[in-house]
Ligand binder design. Sequence first.
Ligand SMILES: NC(=O)c1ccc[n+]([C@@H]2O[C@H](COP(=O)([O-])OP(=O)(O)OC[C@H]3O[C@@H](n4cnc5c(N)ncnc54)[C@H](OP(=O)(O)O)[C@@H]3O)[C@@H](O)[C@H]2O)c1
Length: 151
Amino acid sequence: MDRLLIIGSTGLVGSRLASMATSHDFEPYLTHNTRKSPFPNSSQLEITDRDATLRLIREVRPKIIVNAAALTNVDYCETHKEEAESVNVGGARNLAEAAEKNNARLLHISTDSVFDGTYGHYTELDTPNPLNHYSTTKLASERVVSQLSNR
Ligand SMILES: NC(=O)c1ccc[n+]([C@@H]2O[C@H](COP(=O)([O-])OP(=O)(O)OC[C@H]3O[C@@H](n4cnc5c(N)ncnc54)[C@H](OP(=O)(O)O)[C@@H]3O)[C@@H](O)[C@H]2O)c1
């Protein structure tokens, strides 16, 4: 069975993915950070720790990594800009680098709020215009991941 590593199993998206993974023929491996995971097979991982991220992914050897980890509180990101940058961009960079080194596919989750909402029904081809720091870091994370993943 292919191994699927879900980063952020304590989050809204990550916990849902984790509960669906076994019924889709994956052997799931999970991570949490500050909160205790409701799932038994979850390891603690701080994605801004590059060495720990590389080590975990080298040990687990997943075929697919889903990054559902981020600082998502818009107000908190506005008042903690460096931390938001470090987690949302730096953490994504570490995961992309680890995925590349271990021949894993990385599925990175961004947000519709990279667009300013003026028109709606956006596609990937539309020009983003983030209106707050959270969205700015998410856009930067898309770029960092796509640059590393397309080398
Ligand atoms: N929910 C939405 O409506 C929505 C909409 C658009 C896009 N998204 C995107 O979807 C993704 C998941 O969002 P969500 O709503 O599920 O977020 P969430 O509920 O806030 O969960 C965030 C997850 O990230 C983990 N995390 C935070 N900082 C971390 C760090 N430094 N190292 C390792 N893990 C860390 C948290 O772990 P701990 O709790 O254990 O610390 C938690 O598991 C994000 O990329 C977000 O931008 C979500």
